[in-house]
Design a protein around this ligand. Structure first.
Ligand SMILES: [Zn+2]
Length: 248
């Protein structure tokens, strides 16, 4: 299994970066996890978007979905596969929410290119070589962490505060892509996000094999996040940035 980082910034894209987006691949199976600001431009570096099997939107914050609009124009005007339509797993009512800024005619066009399905965290989803499972996490919008089980197990935290439920969900992960929006300087802030230290705590308690820190606030020095995480977690910790490929 491999994953490619398409964007790793929180909230807004820092210089040369993009917001949340990860391409997960094994054999002929390719899943796009989140589609934040700037993700589609980076996706073209790696893959024709008509080769995606599915897209998952973890929650309805712009840094996780905004590039669905440019992706629609690619599918509408330049798709290499006629009438391509992407299976899109997302929280309830995402189709209505995302269509709400479009005119009536544009909304109809938009709906042709994305086949929305509400995420159900009680079932698993099969995509060729992958099985996907979801876990609702602690965030201000309905938000789902995602586990992808193939030859390896990859878990993505999405955006979340600390919870034991998240720890349980990470168990057995070969790779854990975890948000670390904050640092110790912000510890105690009343927001549903993790500090790098808390991300490392989740990784340690869950016994994950490798921790990948992401969703760092653009104004924060990622090296500080890395240092703070390493104080808590003994395994390998890697700081993510756009257009990097990892084999797991
Ligand atoms: Zn976010």
């Amino acid at each position: 299994m491999k994953f490619i980082v398409l964007g790793a910034s929180a909230a807004y894209a820092g210089p040369g970066e993009a917001c949340s987006g990860y391409l997960i691949e094994e054999g002929n199976t390719r899943i796009l996890l989140d589609c934040g600001t700037g993700v589609v431009s980076n996706l073209f570096n790696w893959l024709d978007p008509c080769k995606l099997n599915a897209m998952v939107i973890s929650h309805l914050h712009p840094d996780h979905f905004l590039d669905i609009y440019p992706l629609r124009y690619y599918y509408q005007f330049d798709a290499t596969v006629p009438s391509f339509s992407l299976r899109t797993l997302a929280p309830d009512k995402s189709s209505d929410f995302l269509g709400s800024i479009l005119s009536d005619s544009s909304k109809k066009e938009f709906a042709k290119f994305f086949r929305f399905e509400d995420i159900n965290d009680k079932i698993s989803y099969k995509f060729n070589d992958f099985e996907l499972r979801f876990k609702k996490v602690k965030h201000c919008e309905p938000t789902y962490a995602i586990a992808i089980n193939g030859k390896k197990r990859l878990v993505y935290s999405a955006d979340t505060g600390y919870s034991e439920g998240l720890v349980e969900f990470t168990e057995g992960a070969d790779a854990f892509i975890c948000e670390a929006t904050l640092q110790e300087a912000h510890a105690g802030a009343q927001v549903d996000h993790l500090t790098a230290k808390q991300a490392a705590m989740v990784a340690r308690k869950g016994g994950v094999k490798k921790l990948f820190l992401t969703h760092i606030w653009p104004g924060c020095d990622g090296q500080v996040s890395l240092k703070e995480a390493k104080e808590v977690y003994d395994g390998e910790v890697i700081l993510l940035s756009a257009n990097k490929l990892f084999e797991i």
